[in-house]
Design a protein around this ligand. Structure first.
Ligand code: COA
Ligand code: ZN
Length: 319
C-alpha cells in the first residue's frame, strides 16, 4: 500500500452492482463511471466478471471494459473469476488482480458456481499454479474470496470454523490476499470481530479485506468492527448498488460514498475526494432511473466547514 492512504476502498459496483440487473448498462457508460471514480481518487475497481456471458449477459463486454479501464493511469483493475477459464480470460487481458469467488456455505457454492467447496479449492489451486508459470510482469495478484462467509440465506448461520478452514486452504493454495464477504448482509459487529480475528490469526501476514452488504443496516457498523481487527481494505459500491442473483434476499453493498465519509471522519485517509465521488452518482442516475440510489451523505451533504482527514492529519502533525 502507498503511504499516503490508510485504508484502500475498492469499488465493486460495475461488477456486484450490475450483475443482478436485467437491463444492459452500456459499455461506454460503464467506462465513464470507472474513469470518473478513478479520477475522484478510488484506486481499485472491480470492473467486470469473467463468467459465461450466457449466464450473465451484463458482462458480455468484459474485454472492452477491461481494456478501457487498463488505460486509466494508476488504477488497479480487478475481474471476478469463478474458475480457471475465467482466470485465463483475465490473464489474457492483463488485469492486475483476479478475485476468485467461492462460498463458505455449501448450498450457496452449489447454487452459485455448481461445485462442492473442495472442488472450488481445487479450481483455486489450478489457477494459482497457472499464474506461477507466468513471468512476474504478467502475473495478476490472486484474491481468495470467501462469499457467504458470515451468513447464508439458504443455510442461515455459517460456522466460523468453516470460514477459518477455507481461508487457510486458500492461503495455503497460493492466495496473495483474502476477501471475506457477507454476501447477504447477515453479519453483525460481534460476528465480524469473531470471524476476522479467527481468519487473521490463521493466515498471519496475508492481507484480509472485507466485503459487506447493508441488507439489515449494519454495514458501516461492521466496517468499524473490521477496522478494530486490523482490516485495511473494503469493498463498496457507489450509491449502494449490488446483490447476487444466486443468493435470495441479497441487497446492495455498503454505500461507497458513506464508507469514504466514515473512514475520513475517523481520520483515516482513503485518497478519495468525497465531493467528486458524490458527483459520479449522476452517471448512475442517468443510466438507472428506475433503480433506487442509496446514501446518507448524498441526501444530507457534507457538514458545513467539513475538513477532510488529510488536512486534519496535517494540522495535528504541525508543530
Ligand atoms: N467464462 C466464459 N465461459 C465459461 C467460463 C468462464 N469463466 N467457465 C465456463 N465457461 C463455458 C464453458 O466453456 C462451457 O462452454 P460450452 O458450453 O460452449 O462448452 C460452458 O461455459 C459450461 O462450462 P462448465 O465448466 O460446465 O460450467 P458450469 O455450467 O458448471 O458453470 C460456472 C460453472 C462457475 C462457470 C458458473 O456457475 C458461473 O459462472 N457461476 C458464477 C455465477 C455468478 O456470476 N455469480 C455472482 C457472482 S459471485
Ligand atoms: Zn457482494
Amino acid at each position: 500500500m502507498t503511504t499516503d492512504i490508510d485504508v484502500v476502498v475498492c469499488e465493486v459496483g460495475p461488477r456486484d452492482g450490475l450483475q443482478m440487473l436485467s437491463q444492459f448498462f452500456p459499455t461506454e457508460e460503464k467506462l465513464a463511471w470507472i474513469r470518473a471514480e478513478a479520477s475522484a481518487g478510488v484506486r481499485e475497481i472491480e470492473v467486470t466478471s469473467f463468467v459465461p456471458p450466457k449466464l450473465v449477459p451484463q458482462f458480455v463486454d468484459a474485454a472492452e471494459v477491461v481494456r478501457g479501464a487498463l488505460a486509466i493511469d494508476g488504477l488497479i483493475v480487478i475481474g471476478l473469476v469463478p474458475n480457471l477459464k475465467g482466470a485465463e480470460r483475465g490473464v489474457e487481458l492483463g488485469v492486475h488482480k483476479l478475485n476468485f469467488v467461492m462460498s463458505v456455505s455449501r448450498t450457496h457454492n452449489l447454487k452459485n458456481v455448481r461445485r462442492e467447496r473442495e472442488d472450488s479449492i481445487e479450481d483455486f489451486r489450478r489457477i494459482a499454479e497457472m499464474l506461477r508459470t507466468l513471468p512476474a510482469e504478467r502475473r495478476p495478484r490472486l484474491i481468495g474470496g470467501l462469499s457467504s462467509a458470515l451468513g447464508c440465506s439458504y443455510e442461515g448461520s455459517v460456522p466460523v470454523d468453516d470460514v477459518r478452514r477455507y481461508a487457510s486452504a486458500l492461503a495455503e493454495a497460493g492466495a496473495d490476499e483474502l476477501l471475506v464477504a457477507d454476501t447477504v448482509g447477515y453479519a453483525d459487529p460481534l460476528l465480524v470481530r469473531t470471524a476476522f480475528k479467527a481468519v487473521m490469526a490463521e493466515v498471519g501476514s496475508l492481507p484480509v479485506g472485507a466485503h459487506f452488504h447493508d441488507t439489515r443496516g449494519l454495514g458501516l457498523a461492521n466496517v468499524a468492527a473490521a477496522l478494530e481487527c486490523g482490516v485495511r481494505r473494503f469493498d463498496a459500491s457507489l450509491a449502494g448498488l449490488g446483490g447476487c442473483q444466486f443468493a435470495p434476499g441479497a441487497t446492495g453493498n455498503i454505500v461507497m460514498d458513506d464508507l469514504c465519509f466514515l473512514l475520513d471522519s475517523m481520520g483515516l485517509r482513503t485518497g478519495v475526494d468525497i465531493d467528486r465521488l458524490l458527483a459520479v452518482r449522476e452517471i448512475l442516475a442517468r443510466n438507472l432511473p428506475q433503480i433506487p440510489l442509496y446514501g446518507a451523505l448524498a441526501r444530507a451533504g457534507l457538514p458545513r466547514n467539513y475538513l477532510p482527514a488529510a488536512e486534519r492529519v496535517q494540522r495535528t502533525a504541525a508543530p
